[in-house]
Design a protein around this ligand. Sequence first.
Ligand SMILES: CC(C)(COP(=O)(O)OP(=O)(O)OC[C@H]1O[C@@H](n2cnc3c(N)ncnc32)[C@H](O)[C@@H]1OP(=O)(O)O)[C@@H](O)C(=O)NCCC(=O)NCCS
Length: 184
Amino acid sequence: MKTPTLISPRLVLEPVALEHARSLQPYFADYEVIRHLAAGVPWPYPDDGVETFFREVLLPDIQVGKAMAWALIPKDHGSAVGLLEWRCGGEAEDDRGFWLARPWWGRGLMTEAVTAFQDWVFFERGLDRLEVRNAVANVGSRRVKLKTGAQPLGRTACAHHEGDEAELWEVTRERWAALRGVTL
Ligand SMILES: CC(C)(COP(=O)(O)OP(=O)(O)OC[C@H]1O[C@@H](n2cnc3c(N)ncnc32)[C@H](O)[C@@H]1OP(=O)(O)O)[C@@H](O)C(=O)NCCC(=O)NCCS
């Protein structure tokens, strides 16, 4: 299935393409962004890291239906400042990840992006359930999950830059529909 463009009040969520790598690179090469991400993300971050990751991993995975990903573009800015990725066909089925450039934190933008994604994935794509994770110390990510219908399942092993444990959550179509006032 082709990745659709999603629209939220302040963002365009555009299917990710190699062209987005240039604007994302300086924002992602920031330890404050990377510190809670998987240990496999290198630090110090290479100068061509985003483009290499897109070309060698993400775009091929999208091509074979194992992932979908969106560049997050504020309507009043015009270029990509973050990414939302959904692993949808491989072993880590229904895992979702996201990051946003530091200057855009704290404005509710990731909550908005997740809302657009969950409206699409539950109400149009018809997914029943999504499992999501965050490093135990990642208060911002936990808060986004709490604001978007996630319910805690406990903790799970997950090696990241500052620890090896993550909180595990689930979001179900039923719960999301109830929160959004949608009748299934
Ligand atoms: C996590 C992240 C995506 C949040 O994006 P965002 O657009 O700032 O999120 P929102 O504004 O929608 O919501 C963030 C919430 O967390 C709260 N928050 C953020 N950091 C916090 C902190 N250190 N302590 C307490 N609350 C915090 C904000 O106040 C806000 O809650 P509120 O709406 O109740 O005030 C962003 O910080 C980021 O990209 N971090 C680095 C990458 C990352 O950790 N990705 C997630 C991996 S699981």
